[in-house]
Design a protein around this ligand. Sequence first.
Ligand code: GAL
Length: 366
Amino acid sequence: MKCKKLVAVLLSCLFLVVMAGCGNSGEKPAADGAKKAGGKKIGVAMPTQSSQRWIQDGKNMKEKLEKLGYTVDLQYAEDDVQAQVSQLENMITGGANCLVVAAIDSNALVNVLAQAKSNNIPVIAYDRLLMDTDSVSYYATFDNKGVGVAIGKYIETKMGLKEGKGPYNIEFFAGSPDDNNAHFLNAGVFEVLKPYLDKGQLVCVSGQTKFDTICTLRWSQEVAQKRMEDILSGYYSTGKNLDIVVSPFDGISYGVAAALEGAGYKVGQKWPLITGQDAELMASKNIMSGKQSMTIFKDTRVLADKCVKMVQAVLEGGQPEINDTTSYNNKKKMVPSYLCTPVPVDKENIQKELIDSGYYKKTDLQ
Ligand code: GAL
């Protein structure tokens, strides 16, 4: 009798266990994800709101993470390195479970990231590599050297350099020296254009081609405008025409264009070919009007998707998508990365890339 009772009790326990299992497996994956994410906090540290792209990056990250059930602390440090350090410290003491960081100065976060590591908080580098630290798990970015190569190739094609055309006068701008991306991009530009400088088809009248002389601290529009003004008055005031300006960022292109206008250059009349990067709205309008020739479209929606997958991987387990394990050595480790593909955009393909893809509305560009 006792034995029968025991069997009955065991059977009903087994039934309950099986039913509980069935209940779980019936849940949709998204709901399960949200349940896992529930209560976990993600600190997202962005560099500045002074350029449109970072506003979009922050917004995309916040929306996508919240949709999965995470709580998001999104902070902008307005290009103030110390402010970004404090924001990260606050995120750590505030109980963040994961940090996503787009650094202002990629070398300045070593100590605060060590603090994150000692608190077992995983860190993901967003668009800009975090240097000199072993506290970073993954890196989501675009092919930064590829951006430079695309800029170089655009100039090569448009100016008929392969066909031997020239000589053309060219000036170079690079990005911020404390941003690893700036160095990669510049290497790509020179890989394509250096042979034409050597052959004399491209002439840098100012002679400023070294990274240290062409870099632009904090990618600043104002700094770029001032440097362009100085070059124009110093080297082009005696009738030489500037034909090409290599700009690595739309903000820098605006500064370059303002300096050219100030020196009497007019769009459509010997106005130089000006490059850019980020497909900002203003740059896209300038492409339509001829003030800027091209930009590099880096779809921030795709970047945010890849980064969110990395967050999920470090917090919930599993492997994120990685497509590069050899390019991004931050001097402490080779950081596993996902490189999104940059797309050069000019008047010819702006409709397809920026409007048809839903990035902008046609009316935005009018
Ligand atoms: C870089 C990034 C560029 C541009 C620049 C200025 O790190 O690669 O796309 O956004 O910052 O914000």
